[in-house]
Ligand binder design. Sequence first.
Ligand code: CUA
Length: 313
Amino acid sequence: MNPIVALPEASTHAVRVDHIFFVLLILSGLVMILVFALIIVLAVRYRRGSSAKRGPLPEIVSREFEIGWTAATAFLFIFLFWWAASADLGSLSAPANALELHVVAKQWMWKAQHPNGAREIDALHVPLDQPVRLVMTSQDVIHSFFVPAFRIKQDVLPGQDTEIWFKATKTGVFPLLCAEYCGTDHSRMRGHIVVMRQEEYAKWLAEQPEGDDLAHLGAKLFVAQGCSGCHAEASSVHAPKLAGLYGRTVQLSDGRQVTADDAYIRDSILQPKRDIVAGYQPIMPSFAGLLDDGEIQELSAYIRSLTQENNND
Ligand code: CUA
């Protein structure tokens, strides 16, 4: 724990954020002291009846001095902006080896799913010293995933995935809060993050009841919702094949090119008439209202798994 902050610094990001916070605090404190000192000194010196000189200002500062201090403060501001912006942007793009967990928010709970399918509600068990990437969506309104001890906060939106990542540096239990007013029980939409040593996390994970993993659930939905009728390899309907699709650049009929990521897959399921793949007819029906956000994550995971299997061949 940082001796000055009453809040544990439990992630790599927390340390960066606190450094920025204290530097800004000290800098603005110094500026404040300077301004107040000048106010007091000048008020006393030029008070009514004092014998201080009140004529026009003498030319005491040189042009070089003027340019110098203006440039120095400008550079200081640009540096502060760069420092804070890079810390903030860095919390958005996770390292490639990050463990990917899925979070679905709803009024008023946090549901999480681990890569092996283990699920939990209002709790998130994570390993120590391992980057963890959260892919989050909401089933209803806007929520915000906030872990004060990690200094991370990210809005969770319906109809869209948002991401954040962290690397926990301390074991323990840390509060998880919802930081966006989301209805009556917003203040009770709490949970906790349990940071465990890596071997303990592996043990914990193995003890969880067998859940189907996301891709597996997605494969079942793919058949149950009739997607396989057109998109299966052997289908007679002329529909884009999905194996190897994930991450590839797709040529659309209107000449645009898009990358087949989770957002593209979500849009293709919900608004299939919007981005038509070149060479195909706009015959796919929309599944808006038929699938919830959790199910779309499952289908997306299934489509991604088709690409990973391909790469392994
Ligand atoms: Cu969810 Cu506030």
